[in-house]
Design a protein around this ligand. Structure first.
Ligand code: IMP
Length: 473
């Protein structure tokens, strides 16, 4: 794949996202987990994220465990860090999946400092935030926000609190009283939590100290980010953000390290289109307000979009298969109607939530927000999914908002700006390329412009799901 050139002389590598998540961090993290890392770690979020691994032809989706878990038998250490929020039932389920595949997890470490997502966090999240209608931010409904709220409110339950019944009782009462939650009696909550906690007990560690030791021992460490910079509580479009800092800073802190310890931070950017799930401003959304409202209607799932647009598909074990290069889809991408163009691009790139199945909102790459992300996560970038625009009639990149290059996190401001675009010509199938100069001219020109504007450096271009479809500069 060529990524080994990037790892030369490096000890700690982080993969984060410079947009709104779902940029394909998994493909890059998976490479490091498979070929390079002694330790794979995650420090932010919880089961709002998700990545798929395929081992011996069997597909498994993990929402909590890092990519390296499938390499445990080779001694790869996997760490769920102190900055994470953990749903014990989901973690137990992921361990069940490993058991059923006869896969080991002897080197798993779960931070005693991570916070626990409780059933009422999920109820509260669903009631308040899951729907983008009625003022919700369109959260994933996994209890992430309310759990982080309890953490900041100093009433959270940490993994280490799970093994002392009295302490757990007192802490649960405090949190439940705060939320005025009465649906489940405390004793029942404890009876639910304790067996789930017992299962993970052998893996609980002071992972902050463990990470420091691993660094001192010279182990090669991969840190897997979750969500994206624009969704960070610290740098994203607040309040339309997740509960953690998804920048390199939060990602490093979440595994007990300083961002300064990271030798290479790769900020992943989907290119030349981008996506957002949930509510919030999205200046470059194709079709603008009309498209936003269309995606708020969560009935617009993949199957519905295929049926509505008369695109043939098959359903196998609940999974939908269709031809991404279907003529109708390509026609829709070239439509003069922006909403049709938006749906066409979503179908072409198969942009539906991995965790929720929701239609992802689609727009052109926003170099103004990417420049802001580069300021935080550093210059090195990975561009992904560039093959999705093959055979389209052309593409655009946004280089300013009303003539300025300033990104503001203020959603009211972002909703009002008019993006200034530069247009680029179409490109055909990329095929196999070994050198940046072999990429189609319009794509290459746009990447040069994008680098100049963002002050970033594109180190990797991924042009397909396969491991080989990756170009390293
Ligand atoms: P939460 O993380 O469930 O609280 O959701 C907060 C916001 O982040 C919502 O707009 C979600 O759609 C978005 N979000 C959370 N996780 C992901 C992800 O993995 N990919 C993309 N968006 C996400």
């Amino acid at each position: 794949m060529g990524l080994e050139e990037l790892t030369f002389g490096k000890q700690i590598i982080a993969v984060v996202c410079n947009q709104f998540g779902d940029t394909g961090k998994g493909k890059i993290s998976d490479y490091f987990a498979t070929y390079w890392a002694d330790v794979c770690s995650r420090g932010t979020g919880g089961n709002n994220a998700g990545h798929t691994t395929v081992v011996n032809g069997v597909k498994r989706v993990f929402h909590l465990l890092p990519c390296g878990i499938v390499h445990d038998s080779r001694g790869v250490i996997n760490v769920l860090g102190n900055g994470m929020v953990i749903n014990l039932e989901v973690l137990n389920h992921e361990l069940d999946q490993l058991d059923s595949g006869n896969m080991t997890y002897n080197n798993l470490m779960v931070s005693e400092d991570a916070h626990v997502i409780l059933p009422f966090h999920i109820d509260i999240d669903k009631a308040l935030n899951q729907s983008q209608l009625n003022g919700g931010i369109g959260a994933t409904g996994r209890g992430i926000g309310p759990c982080y709220e309890d953490k900041i409110g100093r009433r959270g339950i940490m993994i280490r609190d799970l093994f002392d019944r009295d302490k757990l009782f007192r802490k649960l009462i405090k949190s439940m009283n705060h939320h005025e939650y009465e649906n489940i009696p405390v004793d029942d909550m404890i009876s639910y939590l304790m067996p789930l906690a017992d299962r993970i007990r052998p893996f609980i560690r002071n992972t902050i100290n463990e990470m420091h030791d691993l660094v001192r021992q010279g182990k090669k460490i991969s840190i897997e980010g979750a969500q994206g910079n624009n969704l960070s509580i610290e740098f994203g479009t607040y309040p339309y953000v997740t509960g953690s800092d998804c920048s390199v800073n939060g990602t490093a802190a979440g595994v007990g390290l300083s961002a300064r310890a990271i030798d290479l931070c790769l900020g992943v950017v989907k290119y030349p289109f981008m996506t957002r799930v949930g509510g919030g401003p999205f200046p470059t959304e194709i079709g603008g307000k009309r498209a936003e409202e269309y995606c708020q209607d969560e009935s617009h799932v993949l199957e519905r979009e295929l049926i509505d647009n008369q695109i043939p598909f098959e359903k196998l074990n609940g999974k939908i298969k269709y031809d991404y290069n279907n003529k109708k889809i390509l026609e829709m991408m070239g439509s003069n109607d922006e909403l049709t163009q938006n749906i066409g691009l979503r179908l072409r790139a198969n942009e539906y939530g991995a965790t929720t199945g929701r239609p992802r909102r689609v727009g052109w790459v926003d170099a103004v927000s990417a420049r802001f992300a580069v300021g935080i996560n550093g210059p090195d970038m990975v561009l992904t999914k560039v093959d999705c625009l093959e055979s389209a009639s052309g593409f655009k990149i946004c280089y300013d908002y009303d003539g300025t290059n300033v990104f503001s996190r203020d959603p009211d401001h972002l909703r009002k700006v008019t993006p200034g675009y530069r247009d680029y010509g179409c490109y055909d199938k990329i095929g196999e390329v070994n050198d940046f100069n072999d990429l189609p001219t319009s794509l290459r020109t746009s990447i040069d412009d994008f680098e100049r504007f963002t002050h970033g450096h594109v180190r990797v271009v991924s042009y397909g799901a396969e491991r080989d479809a990756t170009l390293v500069r």
